[in-house]
Design a binder for this molecule. Sequence first.
Ligand code: BES
Ligand code: MN
Ligand code: ZN
Length: 497
Amino acid sequence: MTELNVSSRNLFRTRTACLVLGVREGQFRTDWLRELDNRLRKRLQRSRRDGEFTGGSGQTLMLHCGSELAADRVLLVGLGKPAPNDSEALRRAAGSAVRVARGKKLDRVALYLPSFDLAAHQDAAWQAAIEGALLAGYSFDRYLGDADKRPTRIAELTLVTDDRRQAVRAEALAVRARAVCSGVELARDLVNLPGNGKAPEDLAEQARQLARDCGLTCTILEKQQLEEEGFGALLGVAQGSRREPRLIVLEYRGGEQSRKPVALVGKGVVFDAGGISLKPAEKMDEMKMDMAGAAAVLGTLKAAAGLKLPINLVGIIPAVENLPSGSAYRPGDILTSLSGKTIEVLNTDAEGRLILADALSYAARFEPEAVIDLATLTGACIIALGHHASAVLGNNQGLVRQLLAAGERSGEKLWQLPLWDDYTAQLKSKVADLKNIGGRPAGTITAAAFLRAFAEKQHWAHLDIAGTAWKDAEEDYRSFGGTGVGVRLLVDFLSHR
Ligand code: BES
Ligand code: MN
Ligand code: ZN
């Protein structure tokens, strides 16, 4: 991972291959920018006049320096106009700058953290900028044998501040950002792993490793125990694959002994071919990301432990593979879930809600004060919200509101969909307590309505991350492939509890 330093050395005396400077749109009159422009013999003023660089958000301009500056280059990045809550804009700007540097094979970058216009948001602004820079340094390159083909990694990131007092703050924020980003990176790595590199048992091993590294308690339920306990819904999904299922349970205790935990439940389908209700071939490869909920839970636990958050957490991950085979479950099968409720399976591709049903029942044993599940659950969610927001639904509006607020602050946007009782009618079965599909209308909502039946009395919220867990192309701090969505959101949510 990137080495992170803080320097309170004067901006113009900072030695680096690439000095990144954020510039607000139309605000070229700050002292440091004027001095910079004087040193650069008004090259800045000229590029502004030519419309080449105006500080508009996402713009970048690289200028090579001679003896005017200790840095070899300055990379100006536009921050756009100031707005009340624009941490996300700063995250993206820092990310874009790091991307430009990497594109030029520069592996040492310094990032100047100016005093921002809205002093109240200074910490949030700086943390966002540091996160953006760190996250833009990520690539999934472990399968690229030829080292030359691997994209440049940022070896060193120096944060430059105005004075010593500021440097102390920057230090603290850097520690925080690093902990959060290492959780995001873990989640991205796990999502990006190909299906053949992550059997349910491999995820279990990752969890054991994480527990050793971070001082968590890890319990793994294997197939036989799941049978004995009666995880009928989870086992139904798992039976088509030769790779056996696991239920992964991780506990982090950072809060008072007597305090009830928050339970995080993550869908861990390591590959979703759809089962007997087979998916079309096109883009089926992307269904290796169907464990992004599980990855977010692991990443959040890692970050929470790194930050020593004063709370108790339990992470629960049902890990299975959904394949068609001679032993696969069939449309028409009736499964008896851990709750005792029976489920008529009308589509084997609606498997996520089946494994989550049992995981939610299991979560109740920890008497959590809140349960939040994350799942790449429905294609319908992509139709409803596209790739810009995750859906949130739940049975407790207070919990949903806290999550929405965390979404605003973290930039991992959420949009609430209604969960009126009207929708449950779509899940009525003639032969079992419920059926596992509700038809085409409101697919994301009926999936959540299904889960609600298993959350029962618990305070519960569901995040459908089908549209946000994966990206087709890299952009600013957001890399190609797994996004690690959920980690920053949940860390923010948990930090504010
Ligand atoms: N994992 C998929 C949902 C998904 C689709 C996630 C695209 C990310 C991108 C889920 O298991 C699934 O197949 N859902 C079905 C449900 C349907 C059969 C009711 C879907 O959305 O088509
Ligand atoms: Mn599916
Ligand atoms: Zn799935």
